[in-house]
Design a protein around this ligand. Structure first.
Ligand code: ADP
Ligand code: MG
Length: 458
């Protein structure tokens, strides 16, 4: 059995213990095969569309959380019905020669698209309306209305999302279309690798046979003259064949100073649109949509709290999303009401560092360490020491867990507070507490109480 299959069996075993027997038998028992592992998605084959929906609605988050404890690198489960799987198998094309070089088992043409980026969940407002309508038109008539479509704007405002909508939409209409999403730096890497290995043909086979090319963050071509030259040729060829090209960038084409103007001037051949920061109303709408996606319950968080979050995080959508997830995590994990006070506590560490700096976090961590020491009746010195007696070990793991979850510092930095422990020790401790939280009531109580204490004393 391969590793992923083994992991699934273990998770299944845990599910059998957690769920009502009926539910387990009805939904999970028959799931035994993995269709493929691709782009860190692990596709499980399920019996039918009905079961697929049910799992997606009710259990997918849970099994993905369980998966986190089994893998080092981030992976997620996805579901595919038997019928879909068979269809895909019969259509499978051995297409991607570059990839095939490393992964002979790669069955499918790789689009690199994230299937969750769709027009359906892209929230439209004043700041992105023009970009959105242009993208829809392009997706509807690739190669015809705007070629290339050039989208620019600051980080975290939805460029990648919107560009991938185009690809996903086109694929939905015609599964045989060759859509390729690539970050510009990946293009450079591919070029360098394959030009130097005299496998140039494979490189051009990959890029020049596409129907739709999505190039993200084109500014990363700066100063890479050879790659620019190559991209120029590719662009000309695809454009001549009326293959759709979509490009994103963090700036206007005319401001791409370190990219040859021969290339950037061509970006103006099509349509250029920009995405700006969303206004308050738009941010509220985005939060509502994300809340629905996360919980299927738009009333879970009162409007006032949504408005509060939207009012504080006005910079970009990624931050906004992060803030919402945090409030959700904090209030559901500890069963707190969704009110403004609790949202403030949950977000404090995101808000304050925005204004403050590293010293602030350092102070907070020191404070946390003394609170934890006090709580377990041990000295801070013992808490952060390397002594391995159980009296100290457990509180230490709890402290590491709390720092990770409240301040979200990198493991390495957390290790520094504990006599310079290395990052893997910290990671294991945090994971251990995560696991314990699910099964051990006392651990849950400790974490709950300490989290409140840490919040109160700020
Ligand atoms: P960019 O590429 O501009 O840096 P992304 O496309 O990666 O930004 O967007 C960052 C996050 O915000 C993603 O999770 C994306 O889904 C989300 N996002 C951005 N804009 C919107 C929007 N208008 N509606 C819904 N989600 C959005
Ligand atoms: Mg992006």
């Amino acid at each position: 059995m391969n590793e992923q299959a083994q992991i699934w069996q273990e998770i299944k075993h845990d599910l059998a213990n957690q769920l009502e027997t009926n539910t387990f038998e009805e939904i999970f028992e028959s799931i035994d095969s993995i269709f493929q592992v691709k782009n860190n998605y692990i596709y499980l084959i399920v019996e039918n569309e009905f079961i697929k929906r049910r799992i997606e609605m009710l259990y997918l988050k849970r099994i993905n959380r369980m998966l986190e404890h089994h893998v080092d690198e981030k992976h997620e489960y996805r579901l595919i019905t038997k019928e879909q799987a068979e269809k895909e198998l019969s259509q499978a094309v051995e297409y991607d020669p570059v990839k095939a070089d490393h992964e002979p088992n790669e069955l499918f043409y790789k689009t690199n698209l994230n299937p969750s980026y769709t027009f359906n969940n892209f929230v439209v407002g004043n700041s992105n309306r023009l970009s959105y309508t242009s993208a829809i038109k392009v997706a509807d008539q690739p190669g015809v209305v705007a070629n290339p479509l050039y989208i620019f704007g600051d980080v975290g405002l939805g460029k990648t999302h919107l560009m991938q909508c185009v690809g996903n939409y086109i694929l939905e209409g015609d599964i045989n279309k060759r859509v390729l999403y690539v970050k510009a730096d990946q293009f450079v890497e591919d070029y360098v690798r394959y030009a130097s290995k005299k496998k140039y043909n494979e490189f051009t086979n990959l890029y020049r046979t596409v129907d739709v090319l999505l190039v993200d963050d084109i500014q990363f071509l700066a100063k890479k003259e050879k790659s620019q030259e190559e991209f120029f040729k590719l662009f000309e060829q695809l454009h001549n064949q009326q293959k759709q090209i979509v490009i994103t960038s963090d700036r206007k084409a005319s401001d791409l100073k370190d990219i040859m103007s021969r290339l950037t001037s061509r970006f103006a051949w099509g349509v250029t649109v920009d995405i700006n920061r969303p206004d308050l109303d738009h941010r509220i709408k985005i939060l509502e949509k994300k809340l629905m996606a996360e919980t299927s319950d738009k009333d879970l968080i009162p409007q006032k709290v949504i408005e509060y979050i939207a009012s504080v995080f006005d910079n970009n959508v990624r931050e906004l999303e992060g803030a919402l997830k945090r409030v959700l995590f904090y209030c559901t994990a500890f069963n707190y009401d969704f009110n403004i006070k609790n949202a403030e506590i949950a977000l404090e560490n995101l808000i304050k560092p925005k204004h403050n700096n590293k010293d602030f976090v350092k102070d907070r961590v020191q404070n946390l360490l003394s609170l934890v020491g006090e709580y377990y009746n041990i000295s801070t010195n013992d808490l952060i020491s390397k002594k391995r007696t159980r009296n100290f070990l457990y509180p230490r793991q709890i402290a590491m867990y709390l720092i990770k979850h409240i301040y979200d510092l990198p493991y390495k930095r957390i290790g520094k507070y504990f006599s310079n422990r290395d990052h893997s020790t910290v990671m294991h401790s945090v994971e251990k507490i995560c696991n314990q939280l699910q099964i051990n009531k006392n651990v849950k109580i400790d974490v709950e109480k300490l989290t409140i204490k840490c919040g109160e004393n700020s």
